[in-house]
Design a protein around this ligand. Sequence first.
Ligand code: TPP
Ligand code: MG
Length: 393
Amino acid sequence: MYKTFTEKPIQRIGEDGKRLGRQKIGLPPEKLLEMYRDMLRARLFDEKLVLILRQGKTSFYSQSTGMEGTQIGLAHAIRAGHDWVWPYYRDQGLMLALGVPARDVLAQFMGLESDESKARQMPHHFSSRAHRVVSCSSSIANQVAPAAGMAMAQKYLGLDEITVCTFGDGATSEGDWHAGVNMAAVNGASVLFVCENNQYAISAGLESQMKCKNVSSKGHAYGIPGYFVDGQDVVAVQEVMLQAAEEVRAGGGPVLVEALTYRIGTHSSADDDSKYRSREEVQLWKNRDPIVRLERYLEREGILPDATGRQALQQGIRSELEQILHQLNLESGPSWRSMFEDVYSDLPVHLQEQYQSLEVEQLALERAEALRRAGARERAEIHATQLIGEGSY
Ligand SMILES: Cc1ncc(C[n+]2csc(CCOP(=O)(O)OP(=O)(O)O)c2C)c(N)n1
Ligand SMILES: [Mg+2]
């Protein structure tokens, strides 16, 4: 049993890959290898997305490289598809490890027709009906209060599913965060709050965001347990999250877990981190790579695939992503018609009129396009002008 409010983050594997503490690690080799694969997959997804961004196929990207221990450890501690997840934008690794198809996550980033939210969200605002992942808005900590509300319902209905709500360290300085955690605590809601503390809110380091020792200590203020875990140690994260999730599931009310981690990349594709943190600091955390730490442990246990096996594993993930992208590159964005869907059960008259006028213009454009293709370029342009004019004025 792990203790709450520890001074130091809970660890199970040291940086040299040695097990810490007397207790054996309970995870079977298959589970450890699955976690290893999920961490690699998250890392390679991140690499790929940077390229996709440069190709102009998505407009914005925030890497999670360095945070795989936290996200994958969490995914392996909860019941995917059963527990409800309210993620925050940097959780692409969590999504993949929960089993949300990489295809769906990519379609959201690329704003394609098959995106479940019909390309109405900015990149990074993923969701999955099948996996019970709720889509959130961009304002920091906005998901905390509604997640608390869902968890209150789970508690009142006596369900054994729980709500998992993730956020960054910066989110815990927001009013919405405090209101949501307080409401959940007072009502004994079935929610696991997970802080992915990467030590920055864009350029604002921890010391400029909070006076208290760490995020988990904020649990004191609301009368809920707070665990502090080393987010670079995937085994510790999995074990602590599992214990916390089971405490919540047993009806004990909310639990807060803080995983101490680091983002190796910039805040987003619009950020220059050299303006606010030293290269030495980044290097220090690169040396604390959660994937390398697990590799060292697996090696000691004699279950790490050899160099050829590891290369094959990476190659398999790369070709999976390539194949998906090959298909997605053939897909376009949603039709303009989807603008009119899912907003009103009965479309108001003024929107019906707009729809019809756009339909007329669309018809005109399609006819013009057909003429152009037939080779009558000049004639097509004249027709298009006339037809569009007829339709809209
Ligand atoms: C209410 C609100 N304030 C400010 C922003 C701008 N903003 C976007 S990301 C971010 C940093 C959040 O930091 P953190 O919660 O630690 O998550 P991280 O990006 O570090 O993973 C800020 C301030 C916002 N989106 N919403
Ligand atoms: Mg942060």
